[in-house]
Design a protein around this ligand. Sequence first.
Ligand code: NAX
Length: 331
Amino acid sequence: MKKSPIRVAVTGAAGNIGYALLFRIASGAMFGPDQPVALNLVEIEPGLAPLKGVAMELDDCAFPLLTEIVQTADLSVGFKDCDWALLVGSVPRKQGMERADLLGINGKVFVGQGKAINDNAKSTCRVVVVGNPCNTNCLIAMKSAPDIPDEQFFAMTRLDENRAKTQLAQKAGVPVSEISELCIWGNHSPTMFPDFFNTKIGRSKATDVITDDAWLKNTFVPDVGTRGAAIIAARGASSAASAANAVVDTVRDLCTPSRGDFHSVCVLSSGEYGTPAGIITSLPIKVDAVGKWRVVEGISLTDYAKEKIAASNAELLEERKVAFGQLGLTI
Ligand code: NAX
């Protein structure tokens, strides 16, 4: 029997990531080759004209799995009955804008989107926040959607995990498929910690294969954290195709029982590994056969790792304090 479509809302749909993402969703890369999808494309008013062009191109692909395209700037239409809400659009930091201003401006956007998801999406809707600062934006959307369970909110660090895996594979001279158990901890910001201590290269510990401790600590860790800036410097534009690919990876792996390896996803912390409870922070996640995710237990952290993770989570606590203060939200 033909499956009923999965309805996916994507905000910022006319942006760079949107342009790289929508075609992958419609082609079946996210939900599989026999799963129809309907796309709710959400933009702000000035984005509606370019969005029309994107929708025309989606039409011109004649994707057999794509059943419907909705184009709108109305959030109640955009999130209506959606199964997934991929919150990609957000206001970029402009010259002269303080970080606190950005948190407040985007915070308001994510309050509105959280409320609209709460009131219009399916109660089973799962939300993935990509638009930066994605961890805090996700927390704000979650707080604004009290009827949607907290465990259905995620923010994205899969791009950072993929970047880190490739860096280690290239250093070790092995295919990237040899790298596993690499967790990004903390905030999606330059303070994140890619945990090379627990990573495996083949069956070996990464630190037994790459014995250059100075490279791991002083080159690998900062390079992963600042890879986005390096892409902008090289390309003259921010990473879009690799970010879209990471969204596909994140959603696909949240829908699929884990086959051995875990992946990095930002979820609401309840104090795992000494992380402060009540922030959206990146943790190692596995999905069970029933489709439910859980934080992987039993990873041992070195003192160096603990210090790095604590610093990144302290940044998240500060972001929460500033944003919640401006928005009048309670923790
Ligand atoms: P673009 O500036 O190309 O596109 C953003 C789009 O969002 C625009 O079309 C704009 O009209 C739309 N938009 C803005 N406010 C909106 C709102 N309130 N509702 C609906 N649409 C809205 O940015 P793009 O390169 O696509 O990046 C999007 C976001 O992803 C940015 O915040 C960026 O910082 C973030 N990223 C997050 C990453 C992650 O790993 N979490 C990595 C890639 C990327 O940097």
